[in-house]
Each structure stands twice: as C-alpha cells, then as structure tokens.
Design a protein around this ligand. Structure first.
Ligand code: NAD
Length: 396
C-alpha cells in the first residue's frame, strides 16, 4: 500500500482535529478539500495568518497545517491515494459525488465515522463514475470528542476512544489499511470483518434517538430554565434504560436472524448496548451492574446536557433539529430498520422511536408500518440504491 498523498474532506470539528494529528504522523502530502460555502477561502486566509492549526489534548499541544487547501475536487483529490471524510453523514454523498470523477483508480476512501449504510451510497456513486476499483472503508465512531475553538487555528480534543472499529471493502485490504490508519491517526484500530457490522453496531443509533425519546416524549413543549436542562447520558432513568435495552435487543435479534440466514457471516462484533459500554468505557464506569448505571456513573459522560435551543433569556426547549435526531435516525435507525424489513424481523420499540422522532423533525419515513414515507428517499436505506435482498448486503 503506497500512500503518498492524503486528502481530508471538510472543515468541521473532526477535520480540525484530524489535520494536526495526521500531519504529525504522515510525512507525505496533505490536502484539504473544502467545497462547502466559502470555507476554503476563509480557511486559507486564516491558516496563512496563523501559520498552523493547534490541537490541544489535555496539556499537550500538536501543530500542523495542510500543504494545499482547495474548493475544487480536481485540485484536492486527483493525486490522493487516501481520502478521509471526517464529516456528518449527510455530507458523505454530496462530497462523494464531487470527488468521484477525479479519483485515482487505486484510491481508498473512507468515512470517519461511517454511520450506517455508507457502503451502499459510496459503491453506487463509484460505479456510476466507473471507479469500481476504488476501495472504501468506514470507522465505527469518530476517535475524538473535539470542538473548534477558533476556526483554522485552534481545536480542543476533549477525549479519545480507547480503540475504534474499522471495516473495509474489499475486506482483504483491511489487514494493510488498519496499521496505516492506526499510525497516522495515532490510535488503536480494531479490524472488523465486514461493513454490515458498522451498520448494526452503530450504537449512536440506539443511544441518541433512544435517550431523546425517553427524555422528551410527551414533554415536547416543556420549557426548561438553564439550570434545569437535563443531563443527557447521566440523565438516563430506569425507564429510559429499559427503552435502550429493548432497542438494543431488537438489533441483536436481527443480527441473530442474519446469522441464521447465512451461517458464514461474522457479526461477532455487534454487541448488546451494555456490553459495548463496558468494552468502550471500561475505566470510566464506576458501577457496571446495570445499563442505567453504565450511563449514570460513566465519568466520560459527566456534565453533558441534552441538546436545547434558547427560546428567550430565561428558557430553553429541546432541540429537535440536533444531530442526535437528524443524523442518527436517517443514517442510523432507519437503515437498520430497512435491513430488518428485508430479514422479516419486527422492531416494535424502534418503530415507536422512529415514528415519534419523525414527527419531531418533520419527516415521514414509515407509512402503514413500512419504510414508504415521503422522506425515505433522503435516507441511506439499501433499497434506495437498488439493493433489495440480504445476500447483497452481506457481501459487503
Ligand atoms: P461539524 O458539524 O463540525 O462538520 C461540519 C462540516 O461538515 C462543515 O464545516 C463542512 O466542512 C462539512 N459539511 C457540512 N455540510 C456539508 C455538505 N452538504 N457538503 C459538504 N460538506 C459539508 O461535524 P463534526 O463535529 O466534525 O462531526 C463529524 C462527524 O463526527 C459527525 O458524524 C458527528 O456526529 C461525528 N462525531 C463528532 C464528535 C465531535 O466531538 N465533534 C463526536 C462523536 C461523533
């Protein structure tokens, strides 16, 4: 695997963290592709003024700058051997559509995090552009919790995952790609057997919509004073943890059914939610006895509040346009539900969560119990890419 040029797409929090980290562990050429709005001009001007981007991780500082910044896919991507997309899931397709015509035949392109169904969209766009040799990968989560402090200048890395799962297609590149990504992202990477694992083991699809549902169902119009805004993860009650457990169990039933249909498919990395929390946050959970306690006593979640929007100086309402809903439902739960539909597995609790959240975000995904609502075209279900059977899903 010869990687001499890397292109990072986007200029959000994750890209800001990735630029200095990659720069410090990769000596080749580093490009940034910024097609969105006037980000490219803005970024170029500021990075020229500040000279480099500084990432702060605890008391350590890491510095770096890209070699090239461009608004144009051709300039940013035509030489790239590896393209990293640390982007919100709704930006994957617009980005892929722009860069696909200019990709090198042997390029590798990956989404960090992949969320669900990344492979269906990516492979369709690559095929439409006659770039079938381009390889893809996805990572299970973003490795860092990070926030831009000053655009093109300072980013805070607030936390780093112990290890992050990565799956690639074709699978055979995983063994070479995992150590390379591990080195440039300075991170332990766990190779996963297939891309379906990324979809089913996307725990954000359970945690974010599930907690929002539990906190705000029936209280949609309730206004909160600033000091009364509920904690998000540490605000999980026994009842909310029960909803989360049932959602997780429904995904495990689907996983089992897929394994029954094809005994050769390896879905061993799709864990129940409690097992995943204990695996991922081993050191930060004080009491691992129940699912609720895994949230409430997890110091990594300390102080994180539910997403709210300000109504006036005194009051806040739940923010139903937050990523926890607008990303984790159409690029998460809905994709899993679509696979369940193909496997003929019922998901009553997940259906109820989707139906409630669809109303909150003003979308219609389910109609008459099926994924036939008017907004289903804007999701990443396999059926939208002409995939209508489980066999094809399992191949990836
Ligand atoms: P962000 O909101 O900071 O990203 C915004 C950037 O995405 C924009 O600056 C732009 O460059 C790009 N973008 C947005 N819309 C676009 C479009 N239509 N076309 C092309 N580019 C577009 O997001 P982030 O915080 O960097 O998060 C990236 C991903 O990581 C998301 O999936 C998020 O849920 C996930 N994540 C983030 C964190 C975190 O701490 N930031 C933690 C866990 C997971």
């Amino acid at each position: 695997m010869k990687i001499e040029t890397i292109t990072i797409c986007g200029g959000g929090n994750a890209a800001h963290a990735m630029i200095p980290i990659t720069r410090n562990h990769f000596s080749g050429k580093l490009n940034i592709f910024l097609p969105y709005g006037n980000e490219s001009t803005h970024f170029q001007k500021l990075i020229d003024e500040k000279r480099f981007l500084t990432a702060t991780i605890r008391d350590k500082k890491i510095y770096g700058r890209p070699d090239r910044v461009s608004k144009f896919a051709k300039d940013a991507c035509k030489e790239a051997d590896l393209i990293l997309m640390p982007l919100p899931a709704f930006a994957h397709e617009p980005t892929l559509l722009q860069i696909a015509p200019f990709l090198k035949e042997e390029a590798i392109i990956g989404a960090i995090p992949a969320r669900s169904g990344f492979e269906y969209a990516a492979l369709k766009i690559l095929k439409d552009n006659k770039k079938e040799k381009v390889k893809i990968f996805g990572m299970q989560t973003l490795p860092w919790a990070c926030r831009i402090k000053e655009y093109a200048s300072k980013v805070d890395i607030l936390g780093k995952k112990r290890s992050v799962g990565m799956a690639a297609f074709p699978h055979k590149i995983t063994s070479e790609l995992a150590p390379f990504l591990s080195r440039i992202l300075d991170l332990k990477i766990e190779p996963l057997p297939n891309m379906l694992t990324l979809t089913l083991a996307n725990v954000g699809q359970i945690i974010h919509p599930g907690i929002m549902y539990g906190l705000f169902k029936g209280k949609e119009g309730l206004k909160y004073r600033k000091e009364k805004i509920p904690l998000f993860y540490q605000g999980v009650t026994k009842e909310i943890s029960e909803t989360l457990r049932m959602m997780s169990d429904e995904i495990l039933v689907l996983t089992k059914e897929i394994k029954n249909i094809d005994k050769s498919v390896n879905l061993n990395h799709v864990l129940g939610l409690k097992d995943w929390l204990i695996y991922s946050y081993k050191e930060s959970i004080a009491d691992k006895s129940t699912l609720q306690n895994c949230f409430v006593t997890n110091s990594a979640y300390k102080g994180l509040c539910a997403p709210m929007k300000k109504v006036n100086d005194d009051y806040f309402l739940p923010d139903f346009q937050a990523r926890y809903l607008t990303e984790d439902v159409p690029y998460g739960l809905i994709v899993t539900k679509a696979i369940a539909q193909l496997a003929k597995v019922d998901m009553p609790v997940i259906d109820e969560v989707i139906l409630t959240i669809s109303q909150w975000i003003g979308k219609e995904y389910i109609r008459g119990g099926y994924l036939e609502g008017k907004d289903i075209k804007d999701t990443r279900i396999p059926q939208n890419y002409g995939i209508n059977n489980l066999e094809e899903i399992i191949v990836y």
